[in-house]
Design a protein around this ligand. Sequence first.
Ligand SMILES: Cc1cc2nc3c(=O)[nH]c(=O)nc-3n(C[C@H](O)[C@H](O)[C@H](O)COP(=O)(O)O)c2cc1C
Length: 211
Amino acid sequence: MMLHTALNWRYATKRMNGRRVPDATLERILDAAHLAPSSYGLQPYSIVVVDTPELRERCQPAMYHQPQVVEGSHLLVFATWESIGNAEVDQLMALIAEERGVEPASLESYRHTIAETVARLSTPEARHQWAARQAYLAMGMVLTAAAMERVDATPMEGFDPAALDEVLGLPERGLRSAVVVTLGYRDLETDWLAGLKKVRWPRDRVIVRAE
Ligand SMILES: Cc1cc2nc3c(=O)[nH]c(=O)nc-3n(C[C@H](O)[C@H](O)[C@H](O)COP(=O)(O)O)c2cc1C
């Protein structure tokens, strides 16, 4: 499907029909998320894949009983890293040095710049908010890639993060949920939103030219 056709086709699906997204399709969608850009390339988040019906059922109360949670086939929980500091910056420098075959010393000024940025994120909340901004870019990739695959995807902030984190054991893994995407297939018979016209502000309200 062409990109703009896919973007018009997609919508935040409210009801899904239980059909499972095939593994290969899911992996292609996740590959798009993996390729998302991020500030300094630090990618300070993990995407937790929830794919068993039992676990999705256990997540549903924390997600205010939204039906997609159990009618879809996968939840992708975009969760920020609790720890974003010098250790993670050093790991990234080592990875870049290895992947690009350069001396770690040649990355010193880059390392210093990133370290300064993360040092300014002095509270857990500041780190979470910064990391969440990066995670939302990956979510955008997922929404787009899913639409290209004709898979429905609902972005979701309608959940209790602490309760969801508890169900998924995220604190033990140093993670904190920011946003969720449910993947599945629309149920045309039960979804009141299916087929309704997409509503956006007029284009010239959203896109304005510098004066
Ligand atoms: C960050 C974010 C959080 C959202 N949370 C929910 C949600 O919890 N439940 C839901 O059904 N839709 C949710 N939506 C869907 C929006 O309401 C929807 O994207 C918006 O109305 C535009 O419509 P469209 O995506 O169908 O084109 C969310 C969307 C975004 C981007």
